[in-house]
Design a protein around this ligand. Sequence first.
Ligand SMILES: [Zn+2]
Length: 239
Amino acid sequence: MPDVKLDVLAIAAHRDDVEITCGGTMIKMVDAGYKTGILDLTAGEMGTKGTAEERGRDAAEAAKIMKLSYRENLNLPDAGVELARENKLKIAQVIRNTRPELIILPFWVQRHPDHLAASLLGYDACFLAGLKKLKLDGEPHRPRKIIYTSSFRDVHHTFYVDVTEQMSRKLDAVAAYKSQFDGSEQSNQIFKPGVDIFEFMAITAQHYGHKVGVRYAEAFTVKENILVDDPVKMPVKSI
Ligand SMILES: [Zn+2]
């Protein structure tokens, strides 16, 4: 997709990572009138299931469902995303081209090394993109806010996003990855035998939702503190 000024850019290692971890929030941002985009770092050529081409078609279909304004792929080696300066600069160039206010990154503790690398590369790229003297195309741009998707991680979440209205579209976006999840019991299983990804996403979102009094939610972490303007109207009941 051509470069476009975005409000929100989510960066992840693999096609389908964003859909699974924060797809509901991405859709909610579109519902609110924001322009959203995804930068996938790899094409998925090392994935157990499907080819990179099939995954590319799936990602395009998911982009339509999520009404993304932008989706790009850096074609870094799958299962080999390195913390190299060259990679940081490639991501920084995308940030300059799309000028997002909000960046969504994977949480900084991960099982898959590519997910960890995406988190660290993304942070450094946000910093680099704002440096005037760095030799990149376009004007310097530093996103105002970075949030980390911590759904599925047993860590301290800073906040939740109510995705009750978006949940069915999120599941549709993940189901668009037919090369990964073809609906068969075996194909849908992730992490360990017996865990169906769609059931897992629904249960996790319900669990987070119950913590904040909504049906479905996605979890995020930020490094900085949150400033509240009106404590009287703070959401989520204490008692
Ligand atoms: Zn992944």
